[in-house]
Design a protein around this ligand. Sequence first.
Ligand SMILES: Cc1cc2nc3c(=O)[nH]c(=O)nc-3n(C[C@H](O)[C@H](O)[C@H](O)COP(=O)(O)OP(=O)(O)OC[C@H]3O[C@@H](n4cnc5c(N)ncnc54)[C@H](O)[C@@H]3O)c2cc1C
Length: 677
Amino acid sequence: MEIRQIANQKTEVHSYNTIIVGAGAAGMNCAAHLCEFMSQKGVPNPEKRIAVITAGIGLGASRMSGSDKQTYYKIGTSPDVPDSAEEFARTLTAAGCCHGDLALAEAVGSLREFYHLVQVGVPFPTDSMGTFIGYKTDNDPFERATSAGPKTSRFMSQCLQKQLERYGVPIYGNQEVAHLLTVGSGQSKSLAGVVTIDKLETRNSKPKINVFLGSNIVLAAGGPGELYKASVYPRGQVGIHGLAFKAGFVAENLTESQFGLASTKFRWNVSGTYMQAIPRIFSTDSAGKEPREFLAAFFPSLSKMATSIFLKGYQWPFDPQRIENLQSSLIDILVFNETQKGRRVFMDFLHNPIGSKSMTVFDLDALEPEAYEYLKKAGALKSTPIERLFAMNPPAIEIYKENGIDLYSELLEIAVCAQHNNGGFAVDKWWQSSIPHTFVIGEMAGTHGVKRPGGSALNAGQVGGLRAAEYIVNVYGLDLPDYSKEQSEIDGQLTDLIKRLATYKSPDGLVPEEVIDQIQSRMTASAGHIRELSDAHKALGEAVKLYEDIQQKGFNSQDAQALMRAVQAEHLALASVAYLKAIVELLEQGSGSRGSHLVRASDGIQIHPDITNKAAGGALKFKPENKALRDSILRIEYDRNAPDLFCCRNVKPRPMPAERKAFEPAWQDYREGRIYS
Ligand SMILES: Cc1cc2nc3c(=O)[nH]c(=O)nc-3n(C[C@H](O)[C@H](O)[C@H](O)COP(=O)(O)OP(=O)(O)OC[C@H]3O[C@@H](n4cnc5c(N)ncnc54)[C@H](O)[C@@H]3O)c2cc1C
């Protein structure tokens, strides 16, 4: 480490072969593999060549998020049901807009990475023969899913962290990323390092700046959770999308965010057994009074309504193609419809669903066969939802208890929330981004298409980290960076940043919390699970204006915390422009309802006369998917001179590689390193 004086400020400069931004399951895994591959190459002290930096080791979706049994999607491990990588990849690409080479790499690497997690100690359950038992998850035709319980991703990142600690790889916590240092331009542009503000050492809004230079950079900072008001991403999961756009990274499929029902007091998905236990779902006024069984009016019988609640368990994300004919995503629409009226919606595990006066009372025997048989096999044909939940999954009750909510006595408030982005930054089959020497992995990488099986995000994050580490060590080598020729370029950017942060104390500046609140409200209203072209256009215009206002007025941040929020607000503002621009562009191309969002159209399909469109008035009508767009991926790139700050274009999904070589030529390719070309 070196101390340098920049813009009258002492700045720590660290140099490593590879810097990994983000300490979630993806980042930690990549660091572990880098260390292993370097060690296999005979490099002494590989741990001195790698560093992980994060806003907080305990932060991020891997550490803080989950569901009833958080799912890990892998190739089937059943002793009697055959599976193949091609079959797995076909499931990943089934709904379109997904690159075939990435899908095949995720399939081929799936078991290797799954067993790596088993080796580091993630407690995935087996039977007495050692079989890893599978179950069926969303968009999954096989039983490829498995789980280590509600906290699967937390266990993953904790076990991988222990691995890194054993290897001695440094993890720098409390580092808020404030800038990505670029050198060169055009085709020869590269990322030299990451500039952070040390959250612990920053006092009275005077930022303590650290610089982490790397020959290679791996971005693993997760999804942009703080973009949304209705969000089940953990608080503080900001991401660095705006910074990455500014540095020149290209993104794909940003429009394909996932939304679903989640509890809001403690942010947690209410998927799987929470729904399969078939709780009563009802609403109250804003004061918690005037209870109403709002679902009942939309179903012909209580058994149909209860079965739809059950199915929501493994049809969890909102899916506009599962609304018609009383399918399970009608529940999300009805919950949203209710909250739009200013009412609050709750799950009640002490009571069975209650119907209208004309309906019979809840009866387990009257459930449709899929629900009844599942509960029977699970030994959960019990009289109340909490008993059924306990029979199927006691840890699902414990996780709420740990977070101050007792499902035996409390109602659970829920809403339709943003939970994941299938899109993200574009990568090739080694997870290398549009900028050489820089890799994007985990949720920050845009490797999924329009739909993905539940659990495949965690698989993709692990495989991406493995692939990036393998490529870095075998192709880019193990040297520490030497940016002496680019020193003035780097110093210029650091000076600009320090000067800019100094202006964030202007009394006429914007208030960071208000800016973030504005972004979140706009994104939830116009870039959430219900979208419409003219509304998205308007929202895009407002988002661009907010970003320009920030450039002109700066911020009024009078303490260290407000300064940190100002930095986040600025890049979130740019990220929100990118998301809205992508949405507008896709809608202009004539897209319809797909993935996890519904497109409103006045001449579309009416769901029910009482399901209304609050923004435009009248009944909510939706446009079906435009399937022609499945063969086209929307790319987006920052362009300061473009009217909306971003430019879009379409690319075709890359096909799944079909070449299969005989062993000897494949071995030769491997020995000669041609597999990386
Ligand atoms: C409620 C919920 C349930 C989910 N359930 C499933 C599931 O069942 N199966 C599945 O496959 N996926 C699931 N997902 C998605 C999955 O959990 C995430 O996609 C995955 O954990 C992301 O891992 P990651 O390592 O890419 O990022 P994260 O785990 O989010 O880590 C991001 C890291 O980057 C750091 N960071 C972020 N912003 C900054 C910044 N500005 N400065 C510095 N550091 C920063 C964070 O502190 C953290 O260390 C779920 C997500 C949620 C929210």
